[in-house]
Design a protein around this ligand. Structure first.
Ligand SMILES: Nc1nc2c(ncn2[C@@H]2O[C@H](COP(=O)(O)OP(=O)(O)O)[C@@H](O)[C@H]2O)c(=O)[nH]1
Ligand SMILES: [Mg+2]
Length: 332
């Protein structure tokens, strides 16, 4: 077993931190490590928290951590937000409030900055979640800004997806347009101390009537004022209700299946890409001269390189050397 996997199984937080760095740096040993921790995963409740910047996701995460710790639960947090106080981007006051958790061994917070980009932000985040799961946290909170394909993609690893909205923000239309309505399991109307709450609730309900009219789970709406610590109990209650529903209905299993399927494909794509780049680096670069001099057009050159690569991969050791030769010489 990979030494870090062994140490993670013994709840060694430094090993977890190192393992996350391994994943972030896209190190050679990463697949070995992930393979070894895989059997230890599958127990935690993954909760995604998404919403516009400033909606109050970090404040809610912070309050939720405190709330869950009081229930005796351990919490892992992955913040995918460059402006998150977890990554030092927000107001000093927020960071100070958050700081209390850094010394608590039952809480582990990691922010995915641009550091997550070596192996791709989405993949790195998901792998970090798996590592935290293997470590044994009861709940894993994933904070993302609800825009963009990679955020949507990250969210899909979650058992429960909470979408955070604010009154008076016009969020509902955005959420609807971005396709987030479909994947939401729960809506949080945060900043419920501000005006416009009844209007937002009415808009949400009518959108839900359309989008979720025949869905087996109608996402509940919870009002919170995170700065006053209001609504946290109900929020957690609804999250647990959804988790229970999700397990009972088979929804969780279905999502896990889809998610794992996607992760396998992502690994294949990423590893193939790496091989391709390696091969590209050691390749004869005469095609560059051919393309720049105009003796070969860029598209024929690309097809030739592609044939060369695909040929080498799939035909290796199958006695199809002639086929390979032909694509090397290229007719194009
Ligand atoms: N009035 C009010 N302000 C809030 C509430 N929750 C968060 N905020 C403020 O909204 C701002 C953005 O919060 P933050 O948690 O960083 O949002 P994030 O970008 O979604 O993570 C901060 O200044 C918070 O103090 C709330 O319930 N009511
Ligand atoms: Mg934030």
């Amino acid at each position: 077993m990979h030494p870090l996997a062994e140490r993670i199984s013994n709840q060694d937080e430094r090993a977890l931190a190192k393992a996350i760095s391994t994943v972030e740096n896209d190190s050679e040993e990463k697949l070995e490590l992930l393979k070894d921790i895989h059997p230890m995963t599958g127990r935690a409740h993954y909760i995604g928290m998404t919403g516009s910047p400033g909606a109050g996701k970090s404040s809610l995460v912070n309050r939720l951590i405190t709330y869950l710790r009081k229930q005796g639960l351990t919490v892992g947090v992955v913040a995918v937000d460059p402006t998150s106080p977890f990554s030092g981007g927000a107001l000093l006051g927020d960071r100070v409030r958050m700081a209390e958790h850094f010394t608590d061994p039952g809480v582990f917070i990691r922010s995915m900055g641009t550091r997550g980009s070596l192996g791709g932000l989405s993949r790195t985040t998901k792998e970090t979640v798996r590592l935290m799961d293997a470590f044994g946290f009861d709940v894993i909170l994933i904070e993302t800004v609800g825009v963009g394909q990679s955020e949507l993609d990250i969210m899909k690893i979650a058992d429960t997806i909470a979408v955070v909205l604010n009154p008076g923000s016009g969020d509902v239309v955005q959420v609807f347009k971005a396709g987030i309505m479909e994947i939401a399991d729960l809506f949080v109307v945060n900043k419920a101390d501000l005006s416009g709450v009844p209007k937002l609730l009415a808009e949400l309900e009518s959108m839900l009537d359309i989008v979720k009219h025949d869905a087996p789970w109608r996402p509940p709406i919870v009002k919170t004022v995170s700065v006053r610590n209001e609504g946290l109990e109900e929020l957690w209650e609804k999250m647990q209700e959804h988790f229970a529903y999700s397990k009972k209905s088979g929804e969780r299993e279905a999502r896990r299946k889809t998610s794992l399927e996607r992760e396998v494909i992502e690994v294949v794509h990423a590893e193939m890409m790496k091989k391709l780049v390696e091969q590209e680096e050691s390749r004869d670069k005469s095609w560059i001269e051919e393309v720049t001099s105009g003796s070969v057009d860029p598209y024929s050159a690309a097809v030739r390189l592609l044939e060369d690569y695909v040929g080498r991969q799939s035909l290796r050791g199958r006695g199809w050397e002639g086929e390979k030769e032909r694509s090397f010489d290229g007719e194009g």
